[in-house]
Design a protein around this ligand. Structure first.
Ligand SMILES: NC(=O)c1ccc[n+]([C@@H]2O[C@H](COP(=O)([O-])OP(=O)(O)OC[C@H]3O[C@@H](n4cnc5c(N)ncnc54)[C@H](O)[C@@H]3O)[C@@H](O)[C@H]2O)c1
Ligand SMILES: O=C(O)C[C@H](O)C(=O)O
Ligand SMILES: [Mn+2]
Length: 541
């Protein structure tokens, strides 16, 4: 007989009442005192506090997660701001890098191996095994080729799927028994993993090309057939596959790429917040994307769309955009451009000295951007010279170094604020402390897709949307305005993480409204707010 104490979706541990203990044949299996959920949470939090490092804190919380989801989410809900950087970014990067060494539990994920699950039927079998009869409404899947900015982590990447799902529940109340993390193991090109005798994934190079796409395709169809109400979230796929996969399925199923779309939403929201403070117009801005990969190109496309919505023609709008990658400013004669970079590449003839534009400082001096977003994975790439060159031409430079984890950030908020004497409007990918300049405490917003993808998912799931489209995505980005008071000295350009639940609701409402307005809900909906409330789960026994 399987024991309920080993089922994290049903286990209450010491909170099982005397009657439950009798009925469930648990007598003698627990210490006699019956705890309340609050008592359990208090005791667990006290233990958590004794852990000497962030990774050990995370491991402790994962033990609770593995044993009792209600208790885990109760604790998380009580300490959202404190726990976010522990269960999620940046500490999640340490857990991924050390996955095999600290492995204790598969965390109810599905591990699909390209070597073993060779047919759609066998993929279905594996998904069913992990779902174990649960009604799955949300999958986060990764092939782990581009985990945050730390690269290829093979099977270890499953932790990002688990972590993203934790934030869905903590931020937007997605029922944790209705979610499934999925790892697609197609091999890894990370030599360190291939050489590690403890590595738990497939020990060969990544399978690429058609066999790779066939595997992804079989997974998508298997998952959609098994769980037709499911919302499918793609995370941290590599630069050459992420957009292809999204484009392939986005008109057929409710699919979402967090790095492309989620990041686009949060950065657009941050820019709108910044312009609210500076009282400037979007159409007067010049945008520089530094690191034109999955996220960089996704954000650029979202911001570009906003220029179109504000009435500019595609030709006019494109003049406001510049992309910089390893080779410097991207020019249209470069054969290595990705399909997402091509529309924004410039002509050499536009510049007097195009040969000088092979480095960020040269580009910033030449194009004088007013907005600069870093998605390059290059720590310290936003030097004092670069930031001051930018600030020389604009009153309130909008600067967002959002490469994660923290060790890869292009510049700290503290440095940027000090180098610009408090003029910059800054947000960072991982949390930053407020910065004091000339007696004003400047709050620093966190520009991380975690602030929007949970609300987006809640809106899509609650409204049973047939697809996720640009109109819903734009509605999500615009909904975050109004939470911050732009007149307050030192106001952040994004709402604080402490209001995560409030703005998840706000985003969900905006998205669900857009779904209903477009008639894209699978079932009739009478009351949007009610549908959202009915979808939400709370940690209680
Ligand atoms: N804050 C957020 O919400 C958020 C969301 C998504 C991604 N990110 C971060 O953005 C970064 C990039 O992620 P991605 O998924 O787009 O990866 P990616 O590999 O698709 O893109 C990275 C890009 O940076 C370029 N690059 C590398 N070295 C460079 C250099 N020296 N100068 C200029 N460009 C350089 C690469 O060529 C590539 O085009 C990661 O650190 C990731 O954590 C943050
Ligand atoms: O995971 C994060 O912190 C955000 C983002 O999806 C990333 O890849 O960096
Ligand atoms: Mn990501």
């Amino acid at each position: 007989m399987s024991n309920i104490l080993n089922d994290p979706f049903k286990n209450k541990g010491t909170a099982f009442t005397k009657t439950e203990r009798k009925n469930l044949h648990l007598e003698g299996m627990l210490p006699p005192y019956v705890q309340t959920l609050d008592e359990q949470a208090k005791q667990a939090y006290a233990q958590y506090k004794t852990k000497p490092s962030d990774l050990l804190k995370r491991q402790f919380l994962m033990e609770i997660f593995n044993e009792n989801r209600v208790l885990f989410y109760k604790l998380f809900s009580q300490h959202v701001v404190e726990f976010m950087p522990i269960v999620y970014d940046p500490t999640i990067a340490d857990s991924i890098e050390n996955y095999s060494e600290i492995f204790v539990d598969p965390q109810n994920a599905t591990f699909l191996s390209i070597d073993e699950q060779k047919s759609k039927a066998s993929i279905k079998e594996a998904l069913k095994n992990a779902a174990d009869g649960r009604d799955i409404r949300l999958i986060v899947v990764t092939d782990a080729e581009g985990i945050l900015g730390i690269g290829d982590w093979g099977t270890n990447g499953v932790d990002i799927a688990v972590g993203k799902l934790m934030v869905y529940t903590a931020a937007a109340g997605i029922d944790p028994s209705q979610v499934l993390p999925v790892s697609l193991d197609v091999g890894t090109n990370n030599q360190k993993l291939l050489d590690d005798p403890m590595y738990l994934g497939n020990r060969h190079q990544r399978v690429t090309g058609q066999p790779y796409y066939n595997f992804v395709d079989q997974f998508v169809h298997a998952a959609e057939e098994l769980f037709p109400k499911m919302y499918l979230h793609f995370e941290d796929f590599g630069r050459s596959n992420a957009a292809n996969i999204l484009d392939k399925y986005k008109d057929q199923y409710t699919v979402f790429n967090d790095d492309i779309q989620g990041t686009g939403i949060i950065i657009l929201a941050a820019i709108l917040g910044a312009l609210n403070i500076s009282k400037e117009k979007m159409v007067d801005q010049k945008y520089l994307c530094f690191g034109a990969g999955t996220a960089g190109a996704g954000i650029t496309s979202r911001v570009y769309d906003e220029f179109l919505q504000q009435g500019l023609s595609p030709e006019e709008a494109k003049k406001h955009f510049y992309m910089v990658d390893k080779q410097g400013l991207l020019f249209d004669d470069d054969p290595s451009l990705t399909p997402e970079q091509k529309p924004f590449a410039r002509k050499r003839s536009e510049f007097d000295h195009p040969e000088k534009l092979n480095n960020l400082l040269g580009v910033v001096k030449a194009v004088q951007p007013t907005i600069m977003v870093g998605t390059s994975t290059q720590h310290n790439a936003f030097t004092k010279e670069v930031i001051q060159a930018m600030a020389a031409h604009t009153k309130r430079p909008i600067v967002m170094p959002i490469s994660n984890p923290t060790k890869l950030i292009e510049a700290t908020a503290d440095d940027i604020m000090k180098w610009t004497n408090g003029k910059a409007l800054v947000a960072t990918g991982t949390p930053s402390e407020p910065v004091n300049v000339n007696g004003v405490d400047y709050e620093i917003g966190q520009a991380n897709n975690a602030l929007v993808y949970p609300g987006l998912g809640l809106g899509v799931i609650a409204s049973q949307a047939k697809v996720l489209n640009d109109e819903m995505i734009s509605a999500a980005a615009h909904s975050l305005g109004g939470i911050v008071d732009p007149e307050k000295p030192g106001a952040a350009i994004l709402p604080p993480v402490s209001k995560l639940n409030q703005f998840s609701d706000t985003v969900a409402r905006a998205v669900a409204k857009s779904v209903v307005k477009q008639g894209l809900n699978k079932q009739p909906i009478k009351d949007i707010d009610q549908a959202i409330q009915d979808t939400k789960w709370e940690p209680k026994y």
